[in-house]
Write a protein that binds this ligand. Sequence first.
Ligand code: BES
Ligand code: ZN
Ligand code: ZN
Length: 492
Amino acid sequence: MPEIEFITSSVADPASAVKVELVEEGELRSPLASLGGSSLEDFSAAGLGFNAKAATTLLIPLAGSTPVIVVGMAAGTEDADELRKVGAAVARSAKGFEDASVVIPSYLENLGPMSLRYLTEGIVLASYGFDKYRTDPEALAAASKLGRVTYVVTAPEAIGAAEEIARGVAVAGATCLARDLANEPASAMTPTVFAARANELVAAHPELSIEVWDEGRIEEERLGGLIGVARGSTEPPRVVKLTYTPKSPAEKVVALVGKGITFDSGGLSLKPPDGMTTMKTDMSGAAAVLASMLALPDLEVPVKVVGFMMLAENMPGGSATKPGDVLVTRSGKTIEVLNTDAEGRLVLADGLALATEESPDYVVDIATLTGACVVALGREIAGVFTNSQELVTDLGFAGDVAGEQLWQLPLPDRYRKHIRSEVADIKNMGEAGQAGAIAGAMLLAQFVGNVPWAHLDIAGPSRSASADGYLPVGGTGFGARLLCYFLEEFGD
Ligand code: BES
Ligand code: ZN
Ligand code: ZN
């Protein structure tokens, strides 16, 4: 995870290896202190094809003094995610340098500390790389070296940014942790390893307590969905239950549930090879729950949060669940498993039952649930389903600020028939070729009773095919920031 120190100061750090100027689009005439009062026009930047468009960059080497990087940005931009992308451009262009002084334009300084928080998030997020399995020195040398950033503002005390910068570091750090967990190969991130890692990470926070349920406890708790999925694997399942208790008395309780399939082969309904290559990231929901909850103490979230991470490996094997088998879930409801590749909803059925038992005010589950949701909304937008419009409004707002967009899909009563079973209460598949993301959500809805609930289907945005802006290739950590911002909102 990137470890970067952030400082605000009224002067550029003279020791900085590079100075960064943020320039609004088209503003090539303003004198820049880093260029000794010269403008970009004086440096013929336009002649080089540079016009300071959003997220374009130009490195200017200066004989005998610190090099300058110019980062363009849309004129007057205040948008959280645009600023995050400017931060990303700063980090990517300053990758080879150990420290940087970033001159903050006065209009951004006047916007207040949040602008520095968003820039900080962009810098941390874009400095991320998953390099632990690389040995090639050239590839390793290409990793970001940025260790310190000094924001140069006219009134460092007045802007009071330290707290917001720290919150930015916390939520971007949560995203990076979720990425690390997802990028780890499946054989190195089994349910047991995930739970052990959670245990280690939680130890640093007195506000968090953890229970890890092993196979014995899972059996005692009658988690038939989770057991049914894990049966084909030699790796035993785990449930991680995490509780965050705020320092001040909590008025509300929020329960989170994460899909934690550490590898999804499809089970006996085996996936084709191409569909399986990325299935180590099928635990991205659980990763987002763990990572966001670890940030709650730093964010001073005032509500109690209980998280359930439902961890199992979905494999074919001699004792695997077979198509046609019926599972008895924790709630007592029975599910006919017609496709063992629709396993996420089976483990979430138990997770949602556990969550509702906590008498929560809200339940949110997050899962890489359906390929159908990727078809519907693509790789950059997650689906959201609900029985509470108010909850979706709040989650959607948090997503917009976090740069993690949600789009609501319906849960129409008329499609309840899609999950009707010949022999059990429900079946785990909908109708072939129709509304697959809705069928998944419809099954989950049977396990939340009347509690306000939302389901986030992150199958699309949980992975990115290429590095772009603040997104790396591979696991994106989608959802960790959104959950942080959502839970932070309860403070306002
Ligand atoms: N983990 C997959 C969903 C998925 C697909 C996530 C692509 C990320 C990218 C899930 O367990 C699954 O396989 N769902 C099936 C359900 C179907 C069998 C009803 C699907 O979407 O095809
Ligand atoms: Zn599956
Ligand atoms: Zn899956």
